[in-house]
Design a protein around this ligand. Structure first.
Ligand SMILES: Nc1ncnc2c1ncn2[C@@H]1O[C@H](COP(=O)(O)OP(=O)(O)O)[C@@H](O)[C@H]1O
Ligand SMILES: [Mg+2]
Length: 310
Protein backbone atom coordinates (compact mmCIF):
# COMPACT_ATOMS: atom_id res chain seq x y z
CA UNK A 1 0.00 0.00 0.00
CA UNK A 2 2.72 2.43 -0.91
CA UNK A 3 0.59 4.68 -3.07
CA UNK A 4 -2.41 6.45 -1.75
CA UNK A 5 -5.47 6.24 -4.01
CA UNK A 6 -8.41 8.47 -3.28
CA UNK A 7 -11.80 8.46 -4.99
CA UNK A 8 -14.03 11.49 -4.59
CA UNK A 9 -17.50 10.56 -5.70
CA UNK A 10 -21.24 10.95 -5.33
CA UNK A 11 -24.13 10.44 -7.64
CA UNK A 12 -25.30 14.01 -7.31
CA UNK A 13 -23.76 17.04 -8.97
CA UNK A 14 -23.18 20.33 -7.23
CA UNK A 15 -22.17 18.90 -3.86
CA UNK A 16 -18.57 20.04 -4.20
CA UNK A 17 -16.72 16.98 -5.54
CA UNK A 18 -14.62 18.90 -8.03
CA UNK A 19 -13.88 21.67 -5.56
CA UNK A 20 -12.76 19.13 -2.98
CA UNK A 21 -10.77 17.13 -5.56
CA UNK A 22 -8.78 20.05 -6.96
CA UNK A 23 -8.10 21.58 -3.56
CA UNK A 24 -7.26 18.32 -1.83
CA UNK A 25 -4.72 17.74 -4.61
CA UNK A 26 -3.23 21.16 -3.82
CA UNK A 27 -3.25 20.44 -0.07
CA UNK A 28 -1.39 17.14 -0.45
CA UNK A 29 1.03 18.59 -3.00
CA UNK A 30 1.97 21.24 -0.43
CA UNK A 31 2.86 18.46 1.97
CA UNK A 32 5.63 17.60 -0.48
CA UNK A 33 4.10 14.51 -2.06
CA UNK A 34 3.76 13.95 -5.79
CA UNK A 35 0.10 14.04 -6.76
CA UNK A 36 -1.93 13.13 -9.84
CA UNK A 37 -5.50 14.30 -10.23
CA UNK A 38 -7.58 12.23 -12.64
CA UNK A 39 -10.73 14.00 -13.66
CA UNK A 40 -13.29 11.46 -14.92
CA UNK A 41 -15.99 14.06 -15.40
CA UNK A 42 -17.25 15.44 -18.69
CA UNK A 43 -17.40 18.93 -17.18
CA UNK A 44 -13.67 18.82 -16.44
CA UNK A 45 -14.10 21.22 -13.49
CA UNK A 46 -11.34 19.89 -11.27
CA UNK A 47 -8.83 19.47 -14.10
CA UNK A 48 -9.60 22.95 -15.44
CA UNK A 49 -9.19 24.36 -11.95
CA UNK A 50 -5.69 22.91 -11.56
CA UNK A 51 -4.68 23.67 -15.14
CA UNK A 52 -5.72 27.32 -14.99
CA UNK A 53 -4.89 28.30 -11.41
CA UNK A 54 -1.28 29.22 -10.55
CA UNK A 55 0.90 26.15 -11.02
CA UNK A 56 1.21 24.05 -7.89
CA UNK A 57 2.88 20.98 -9.37
CA UNK A 58 -0.03 18.55 -9.53
CA UNK A 59 -0.05 16.29 -12.57
CA UNK A 60 -3.48 16.55 -14.18
CA UNK A 61 -5.35 14.12 -16.42
CA UNK A 62 -8.81 14.23 -17.91
CA UNK A 63 -10.41 11.02 -19.16
CA UNK A 64 -14.02 10.49 -20.08
CA UNK A 65 -15.12 6.95 -19.27
CA UNK A 66 -16.96 4.97 -21.99
CA UNK A 67 -20.12 4.67 -19.89
CA UNK A 68 -22.34 4.03 -22.92
CA UNK A 69 -20.42 0.85 -23.70
CA UNK A 70 -21.63 -0.67 -20.46
CA UNK A 71 -20.38 -3.93 -18.99
CA UNK A 72 -16.91 -3.83 -17.56
CA UNK A 73 -15.44 -1.34 -20.00
CA UNK A 74 -15.85 1.75 -17.79
CA UNK A 75 -14.19 0.19 -14.78
CA UNK A 76 -11.41 -1.42 -16.81
CA UNK A 77 -10.62 1.98 -18.31
CA UNK A 78 -10.73 3.72 -14.96
CA UNK A 79 -8.56 1.06 -13.35
CA UNK A 80 -5.96 1.31 -16.11
CA UNK A 81 -5.61 5.08 -15.75
CA UNK A 82 -5.55 4.80 -11.98
CA UNK A 83 -2.86 2.13 -11.86
CA UNK A 84 -0.65 3.92 -14.37
CA UNK A 85 -0.84 7.14 -12.38
CA UNK A 86 -0.24 5.31 -9.09
CA UNK A 87 2.96 3.84 -10.54
CA UNK A 88 4.29 7.34 -11.07
CA UNK A 89 3.04 9.41 -8.14
CA UNK A 90 2.62 9.10 -4.37
CA UNK A 91 -1.02 10.08 -4.36
CA UNK A 92 -3.76 9.77 -6.99
CA UNK A 93 -7.04 11.60 -6.58
CA UNK A 94 -9.97 10.73 -8.85
CA UNK A 95 -12.93 13.03 -9.35
CA UNK A 96 -15.91 10.99 -10.55
CA UNK A 97 -19.65 11.53 -10.73
CA UNK A 98 -20.95 8.05 -10.08
CA UNK A 99 -23.56 6.54 -12.38
CA UNK A 100 -25.29 3.16 -12.37
CA UNK A 101 -23.23 2.22 -15.42
CA UNK A 102 -20.22 1.87 -13.11
CA UNK A 103 -19.81 -1.35 -11.12
CA UNK A 104 -19.29 -0.77 -7.37
CA UNK A 105 -16.28 -3.03 -7.65
CA UNK A 106 -14.32 -0.02 -8.91
CA UNK A 107 -14.33 1.36 -5.37
CA UNK A 108 -12.18 -1.58 -4.25
CA UNK A 109 -9.29 -0.05 -6.19
CA UNK A 110 -9.08 2.81 -3.71
CA UNK A 111 -7.73 3.25 -0.21
CA UNK A 112 -10.12 6.03 0.57
CA UNK A 113 -13.54 6.81 -0.87
CA UNK A 114 -14.58 10.36 -0.02
CA UNK A 115 -18.26 11.11 -0.40
CA UNK A 116 -19.00 14.84 -0.20
CA UNK A 117 -22.53 15.62 0.85
CA UNK A 118 -24.36 18.71 1.90
CA UNK A 119 -26.24 18.37 5.16
CA UNK A 120 -29.69 19.18 3.81
CA UNK A 121 -32.26 16.43 4.27
CA UNK A 122 -32.73 15.87 0.56
CA UNK A 123 -29.01 15.41 -0.07
CA UNK A 124 -28.45 13.26 2.98
CA UNK A 125 -31.15 10.86 1.91
CA UNK A 126 -29.67 10.73 -1.60
CA UNK A 127 -26.27 10.00 -0.05
CA UNK A 128 -27.73 7.28 2.19
CA UNK A 129 -29.37 5.69 -0.86
CA UNK A 130 -26.10 5.82 -2.77
CA UNK A 131 -24.17 4.18 0.07
CA UNK A 132 -26.87 1.59 0.52
CA UNK A 133 -26.50 0.47 -3.09
CA UNK A 134 -22.77 -0.02 -2.64
CA UNK A 135 -22.69 -1.13 0.96
CA UNK A 136 -21.07 -4.50 0.36
CA UNK A 137 -17.91 -2.67 -0.70
CA UNK A 138 -17.50 -1.09 2.73
CA UNK A 139 -19.23 -3.71 4.83
CA UNK A 140 -17.15 -6.80 4.78
CA UNK A 141 -14.64 -7.01 7.60
CA UNK A 142 -13.19 -10.05 5.84
CA UNK A 143 -12.40 -7.95 2.84
CA UNK A 144 -8.89 -6.91 3.69
CA UNK A 145 -8.81 -4.42 0.86
CA UNK A 146 -12.13 -2.72 1.52
CA UNK A 147 -11.69 1.02 1.11
CA UNK A 148 -12.10 3.40 4.01
CA UNK A 149 -15.22 5.52 3.61
CA UNK A 150 -14.87 9.16 4.58
CA UNK A 151 -18.02 11.23 4.61
CA UNK A 152 -17.34 14.88 3.98
CA UNK A 153 -19.99 17.45 4.84
CA UNK A 154 -19.54 20.15 2.21
CA UNK A 155 -20.91 23.61 1.54
CA UNK A 156 -21.87 23.74 5.20
CA UNK A 157 -23.35 26.97 6.54
CA UNK A 158 -22.21 28.17 9.93
CA UNK A 159 -25.63 27.54 11.48
CA UNK A 160 -25.58 23.96 10.17
CA UNK A 161 -22.53 23.14 12.28
CA UNK A 162 -24.97 22.54 15.08
CA UNK A 163 -26.83 19.82 13.26
CA UNK A 164 -26.36 16.22 14.31
CA UNK A 165 -27.49 14.68 11.05
CA UNK A 166 -24.67 12.16 10.97
CA UNK A 167 -25.63 10.77 14.33
CA UNK A 168 -28.77 9.22 12.92
CA UNK A 169 -28.65 5.58 12.04
CA UNK A 170 -29.51 6.43 8.48
CA UNK A 171 -26.15 5.47 7.02
CA UNK A 172 -25.99 1.75 6.42
CA UNK A 173 -22.19 1.38 6.48
CA UNK A 174 -19.21 2.12 8.69
CA UNK A 175 -17.61 5.42 7.94
CA UNK A 176 -15.32 8.13 9.19
CA UNK A 177 -16.65 11.63 9.32
CA UNK A 178 -14.46 14.45 8.07
CA UNK A 179 -14.56 17.96 9.45
CA UNK A 180 -17.00 20.06 7.40
CA UNK A 181 -15.92 22.24 4.50
CA UNK A 182 -17.71 25.53 4.93
CA UNK A 183 -19.77 27.30 2.28
CA UNK A 184 -18.29 30.65 1.26
CA UNK A 185 -18.30 33.04 -1.67
CA UNK A 186 -14.52 33.05 -1.34
CA UNK A 187 -14.47 29.35 -2.31
CA UNK A 188 -16.34 30.10 -5.54
CA UNK A 189 -14.04 33.03 -6.23
CA UNK A 190 -11.01 30.73 -6.04
CA UNK A 191 -12.17 28.67 -9.04
CA UNK A 192 -9.29 28.57 -11.54
CA UNK A 193 -7.63 31.42 -9.63
CA UNK A 194 -6.12 29.90 -6.52
CA UNK A 195 -6.65 27.36 -3.76
CA UNK A 196 -8.90 27.06 -0.75
CA UNK A 197 -5.87 26.18 1.41
CA UNK A 198 -4.68 29.77 0.96
CA UNK A 199 -7.94 31.44 1.94
CA UNK A 200 -7.40 33.46 5.12
CA UNK A 201 -11.02 33.00 6.21
CA UNK A 202 -13.05 30.33 8.00
CA UNK A 203 -13.60 28.44 4.75
CA UNK A 204 -9.85 28.18 4.17
CA UNK A 205 -9.32 27.03 7.75
CA UNK A 206 -12.07 24.44 7.39
CA UNK A 207 -10.52 23.10 4.21
CA UNK A 208 -7.11 22.75 5.84
CA UNK A 209 -8.71 20.83 8.71
CA UNK A 210 -10.39 18.60 6.16
CA UNK A 211 -7.06 17.98 4.40
CA UNK A 212 -5.39 16.97 7.66
CA UNK A 213 -8.28 14.63 8.43
CA UNK A 214 -7.81 12.91 5.06
CA UNK A 215 -4.16 12.26 5.85
CA UNK A 216 -5.08 11.01 9.32
CA UNK A 217 -7.68 8.67 7.84
CA UNK A 218 -4.92 7.25 5.66
CA UNK A 219 -2.56 6.81 8.64
CA UNK A 220 -5.30 5.08 10.60
CA UNK A 221 -5.97 2.78 7.69
CA UNK A 222 -2.30 1.89 7.26
CA UNK A 223 -1.93 1.17 10.98
CA UNK A 224 -5.05 -0.97 11.01
CA UNK A 225 -3.90 -3.01 8.03
CA UNK A 226 -0.40 -3.39 9.48
CA UNK A 227 -1.86 -4.63 12.75
CA UNK A 228 -4.09 -7.12 10.97
CA UNK A 229 -1.09 -8.39 9.02
CA UNK A 230 0.97 -8.74 12.17
CA UNK A 231 -1.77 -10.70 13.87
CA UNK A 232 -2.57 -12.87 10.90
CA UNK A 233 -0.53 -15.86 12.02
CA UNK A 234 -1.19 -15.67 15.72
CA UNK A 235 -4.88 -15.04 15.96
CA UNK A 236 -8.02 -15.42 13.96
CA UNK A 237 -9.82 -12.40 12.64
CA UNK A 238 -12.58 -12.35 15.19
CA UNK A 239 -10.15 -12.10 18.07
CA UNK A 240 -8.39 -9.22 16.34
CA UNK A 241 -11.66 -7.43 15.96
CA UNK A 242 -12.42 -8.04 19.63
CA UNK A 243 -9.07 -6.62 20.62
CA UNK A 244 -9.44 -3.63 18.35
CA UNK A 245 -12.79 -2.75 19.74
CA UNK A 246 -12.41 -3.52 23.41
CA UNK A 247 -8.81 -3.46 24.56
CA UNK A 248 -7.61 -0.31 26.25
CA UNK A 249 -4.92 1.37 24.19
CA UNK A 250 -1.46 0.26 25.22
CA UNK A 251 0.74 0.58 22.17
CA UNK A 252 0.77 3.21 19.49
CA UNK A 253 -0.66 0.97 16.82
CA UNK A 254 -3.45 -0.16 19.11
CA UNK A 255 -4.20 3.46 19.93
CA UNK A 256 -4.61 4.28 16.30
CA UNK A 257 -6.68 1.19 15.64
CA UNK A 258 -9.09 1.73 18.47
CA UNK A 259 -9.49 5.26 17.26
CA UNK A 260 -10.33 3.85 13.86
CA UNK A 261 -12.99 1.68 15.33
CA UNK A 262 -14.45 4.54 17.32
CA UNK A 263 -14.49 6.77 14.28
CA UNK A 264 -15.52 4.08 11.90
CA UNK A 265 -18.47 2.51 13.60
CA UNK A 266 -20.66 5.55 13.25
CA UNK A 267 -20.75 6.07 16.93
CA UNK A 268 -21.79 9.62 16.75
CA UNK A 269 -22.82 9.95 20.37
CA UNK A 270 -20.08 12.47 20.99
CA UNK A 271 -21.30 14.61 18.16
CA UNK A 272 -24.87 14.26 19.35
CA UNK A 273 -23.86 15.21 22.87
CA UNK A 274 -22.05 18.28 21.57
CA UNK A 275 -24.91 19.20 19.34
CA UNK A 276 -27.42 19.12 22.14
CA UNK A 277 -25.27 20.74 24.80
CA UNK A 278 -26.49 24.14 23.76
CA UNK A 279 -23.17 25.79 23.04
CA UNK A 280 -23.59 29.09 21.20
CA UNK A 281 -23.78 29.48 17.44
CA UNK A 282 -20.59 30.11 15.53
CA UNK A 283 -20.40 33.49 13.81
CA UNK A 284 -20.11 33.31 10.03
CA UNK A 285 -16.72 34.98 9.99
CA UNK A 286 -14.44 32.89 12.16
CA UNK A 287 -10.69 33.13 12.31
CA UNK A 288 -8.31 30.21 12.05
CA UNK A 289 -7.55 30.25 15.75
CA UNK A 290 -11.16 30.31 16.81
CA UNK A 291 -11.91 27.41 14.48
CA UNK A 292 -10.18 25.20 17.02
CA UNK A 293 -12.67 26.30 19.64
CA UNK A 294 -15.67 25.84 17.37
CA UNK A 295 -18.06 23.27 18.58
CA UNK A 296 -16.75 20.84 16.02
CA UNK A 297 -17.26 17.46 17.62
CA UNK A 298 -14.37 16.07 19.59
CA UNK A 299 -13.55 13.33 17.14
CA UNK A 300 -13.14 15.83 14.33
CA UNK A 301 -10.48 17.52 16.39
CA UNK A 302 -8.94 14.21 17.25
CA UNK A 303 -8.64 13.30 13.59
CA UNK A 304 -6.89 16.52 12.72
CA UNK A 305 -4.65 16.40 15.78
CA UNK A 306 -3.23 13.11 14.60
CA UNK A 307 -1.37 14.90 11.82
CA UNK A 308 -0.29 18.07 13.55
CA UNK A 309 1.37 16.25 16.41
CA UNK A 310 3.70 14.35 14.07
N1 LIG B 1 -17.26 25.24 -0.04
C1 LIG B 1 -17.95 25.88 -1.01
N2 LIG B 1 -18.44 27.12 -0.79
C2 LIG B 1 -19.16 27.73 -1.75
N3 LIG B 1 -19.42 27.23 -2.95
C3 LIG B 1 -18.97 26.01 -3.22
C4 LIG B 1 -18.21 25.25 -2.27
N4 LIG B 1 -17.90 24.06 -2.83
C5 LIG B 1 -18.42 24.07 -4.06
N5 LIG B 1 -19.08 25.23 -4.32
C6 LIG B 1 -19.79 25.62 -5.53
O1 LIG B 1 -20.82 24.69 -5.78
C7 LIG B 1 -20.90 24.41 -7.17
C8 LIG B 1 -20.67 22.91 -7.38
O2 LIG B 1 -19.37 22.59 -6.93
P1 LIG B 1 -18.52 21.44 -7.62
O3 LIG B 1 -17.26 21.33 -6.87
O4 LIG B 1 -18.43 21.66 -9.09
O5 LIG B 1 -19.46 20.19 -7.31
P2 LIG B 1 -19.60 18.79 -8.10
O6 LIG B 1 -18.28 18.46 -8.67
O7 LIG B 1 -20.04 17.83 -7.03
O8 LIG B 1 -20.65 18.98 -9.14
C9 LIG B 1 -19.86 25.27 -7.84
O9 LIG B 1 -20.47 26.44 -8.29
C10 LIG B 1 -18.88 25.56 -6.73
O10 LIG B 1 -18.22 26.80 -6.92
MG1 LIG C 1 -17.70 17.98 -10.65
Amino acid sequence: MSNFKILITSQKGGVGKSTVAANLAAFIRRLGKSVTLIDFDTHASSSNWLNRAPEIGVSVQHHVLPLEQGGRRPILDARLHLRRAADRTDVVICDLTWTDAIASELMLEFDLVIVPTSVSEIELSATAGFLNRHRWVFDSILLHTAPTLLMCPTRVQAEQLRSDVFSNQRFPVSFMLAPPVLEAQSARDMFERGYLIDLPDACGASFNEFGKAVMTAYDVRKATIAMREANKHTANLSSIVQKTLHNPATTKSITVSSQASILGRHRMQKMRADATSGKPNIPVQTTTSSLASMRIPQFFKRMSMGMSTK
